[in-house]
Design a protein. Structure first.
Length: 152
């Protein structure tokens, strides 16, 4: 488990903390295809394994935005506002996709709490730099500064 905080004050005091790492997740073609259906992005590099064999990556790759969306899968392992009434995604300040994610590869997330600000009504806005690591790669699949609001 990464960072658990119980109040805005605890989150603010934890700025600079390492959030640890999540478990590994294997990226299967079914997940890529479901993401394509959900977003309407059916580019062959994602959904056509036969054509992708002769493409630039030698197989299909996950959508960059699929890599970004996996932050929601991993975040509870990294950052948790325990006892909160509600948490909401507030946005993203910066997103990069340095490396493609080939089908069958494994990814996990790591992070750092880089900012936390008190809000009215016993709430806090946190900014966490989340890195989606790609097993065996020098480069990450995704790096994003995400903003979340936690209401206690």
């Amino acid at each position: 488990m990464g960072l658990v905080f119980h109040s805005p004050e605890e989150a603010i005091a934890a700025v600079g903390s390492d959030l640890g790492v999540s478990d590994w997740l294997t990226i299967e073609q079914d997940r890529i295809d479901e993401f394509a259906r959900a977003t309407g992005d059916f580019q062959w590099i994602h959904v056509d394994p036969e054509k992708a064999k002769d493409g630039p990556f030698g197989k299909t790759i996950a959508h960059g935005y699929l890599s970004l969306s996996l932050i929601n899968v991993f975040l509870p392992d990294l950052l948790l506002g325990e006892g909160m009434k509600m948490g909401v995604n507030y946005g993203t300040d910066r997103v990069r996709f340095p490396a493609p994610v080939p089908v069958g590869s494994r990814v996990r997330a790591s992070g750092e709490l880089i900012k936390a600000e008190a809000l009215p009504d016993n709430a806090v806005q946190v900014t966490a730099r989340i890195t989606i690591e790609l097993e065996g790669s020098q480069k990450p699949a995704c790096v994003a500064d995400i903003l979340g609001r936690y209401y206690f």
